[in-house]
Design a protein. Structure first.
Length: 506
């Protein structure tokens, strides 16, 4: 947003509240943090949790799923009577679906005030003000990126874990994915700007960062350096106070040996990898326009495990892609057995309007897709449990999380993430522990999706991240409402593999 745009957006009464409803991938989550920052800079405040509604409701949308538009219009329809009963209320729609549908949104839901795209999120405050003054909907969709998201103000969801965007856009042409058309071509951020943001975050108390990109390990293609990503990982290792570094999501095509070496040799880069498989069949991978084959994928897994034996590897898989035969599906099952994933986010193929796959012949019947999906889930559940059982008896440093354990109060436990990103529930120590602190525990039990440490903590380390969380929560200001993902998070409340990304963006 330019200085003139900012000046147009000032003067918002402090009593005006906002709420952001976020759907989709980690890119959208990161964008919503920026939208919160922009609105608060313009004078809005987060709507209290107990409030009946907000003066401004922003939908940050996803276009990956076939029913994404139905979900949006259903939610907009529910807000129509609330807006009619609340003078001055405004509704804005942004994100990938806004980029795709543009004028259609206002035609179907004429009570929407603002429609903005993925490339111009910085314009939201001025568009809201313009809609208020002119008393008509404002639709503004930029065709190219106006400002790199990380240059915009932010209101981060976590005091101790943060996303750091290193690139936007995607140069791949996967036939099931519409995201490149909506996010644009790949554009890399300067390494110095990335490291400066990380250093600033660490100074504020952040101890864990996740490097974020639509195709994160292709970083460097825009600036002509094929080893730029591994260099960036190593540079993160020299930042004092930065304890955990993760990244999501890489593409097997661009996964090179120098990245594996950087992961293994940089102490604060965590032994965790989320790498989308999508299918184990070479024939289906070719139809998907995935530029690798089963042998290449399994070769990467083998190299990662050789360099980091304790690495936890997760993935995304699509079941029932057009033309998938029983033999193709068996190749996916074979790849899953060989890969021994700690976790897999599995999806039944559904048409994404505007993608080549949506018009392919031989769409698979729903009942066949469902049966294959259930077989894959059962296999992965078995593998996940077996892999988690290997953790029993190990002593792990757990970064205490906020809101990861829904039953923590009832069980008198706390929850957090191990270095390899596994979720750990542990007995609450006698001494005070805050999100962002680190607790050392011994694993006593394993389930398919979590670990349990039932004994007393071996050690508690109070951290600067815990201090930052305590300071934030001691402030009188209302905290922002959480984003609505409907997906697992990728790390401890920020970063962890977000399946919607892998289901159509990786």
């Amino acid at each position: 947003m330019t200085s003139s745009d900012r000046s147009q957006a000032v003067g918002v009464q402090q009593s005006k509240t906002y709420e952001i409803r976020t759907y989709g991938c980690q890119m959208n989550v990161h964008d919503s943090e920026r939208l919160s920052g922009l609105l608060e800079e313009a004078g809005y405040v987060p709507a209290p949790k107990e409030a009946e509604g907000a003066d401004v409701v922003v939908f940050n949308t996803c276009a990956v799923r076939e029913n994404a538009d139905n979900r949006l219009y259903g939610n907009l329809g529910q807000l129509a009577p609330k807006k009619a009963a609340r003078p001055g209320m405004q509704i804005a729609v942004g994100g990938c679906l806004a980029q795709k549908d543009r004028d259609t949104i206002v035609k179907k839901a004429p009570w929407v005030d603002v429609v903005f795209g993925t490339h111009n999120i910085g314009k939201l405050p001025v568009l809201l003000e313009r809609a208020r003054v002119q008393e008509e909907a404002q639709v503004e969709i930029a065709e190219s990126l106006e400002a790199f998201p990380s240059t915009l103000p932010t209101r981060r969801e976590s005091a101790y874990a943060a996303w750091v965007s290193i690139s936007v856009g995607c140069n791949n042409t996967c036939t099931f994915c519409i995201v490149p058309a909506l996010r644009g071509k790949e554009k890399d951020r300067r390494p110095g700007d990335i490291l400066a943001e990380i250093e600033a975050l660490v100074a504020e108390g952040v101890s864990e960062i996740t490097l974020l990109g639509q195709n994160v390990n292709a970083y460097g293609s825009d600036i002509g350096d094929r080893e730029a990503f591994s260099k960036l990982l190593r540079a993160c290792g020299s930042i004092e106070g930065l304890e955990r570094v993760r990244f999501t999501s890489p593409h097997p095509r661009d996964f090179t040996d120098d990245v594996i070496a950087a992961m293994a040799e940089t102490p604060n880069v965590m032994p965790q990898l989320h790498m989308p498989l999508q299918s184990g069949s070479d024939r289906i991978l070719k139809s998907m326009r995935r530029s690798y084959r089963q042998e290449r994928f399994l070769g990467i897994i083998e190299k990662v495990r050789a360099a980091m034996p304790d690495a936890a590897i997760s993935t995304d898989i699509i079941v029932g892609f057009p033309g998938e035969t029983e033999e193709d599906f068996e190749q996916t099952l074979h790849t899953v057995r060989e890969s021994r994933f700690a976790q897999a986010f599995t999806f039944q193929y559904s048409k994404r309007p505007g993608t080549p796959a949506a018009d392919m012949d031989d769409q698979i019947p729903k009942e066949v897709v469902q049966a294959r999906y259930e077989r894959l889930v059962a296999l992965q559940e078995e593998i996940s449990w077996e892999e988690n059982k290997k953790q029993v008896g190990r002593t792990l440093d757990v970064l205490v999380a906020e809101g990861e354990g829904r039953k923590d109060d009832a069980t008198r436990r706390l929850s957090g993430r191990a270095p390899d990103n596994r979720l750990v529930h542990f007995t609450r120590p006698e001494e005070p522990v805050r999100p962002g602190d680190v607790v050392t525990v011994e694993i006593t039990y394993a389930a398919p999706h979590h670990l349990l440490a039932e004994g007393p903590a071996k050690a508690v380390r109070r951290t600067r991240s815990g201090d930052a969380w305590e300071k934030r929560n001691a402030a009188p200001a209302e905290q922002p409402k959480g984003v609505l993902l409907g997906l697992p998070t990728i790390g401890a409340p920020a970063p962890s593999p977000v399946p919607a990304a892998g289901s159509g963006c990786d």
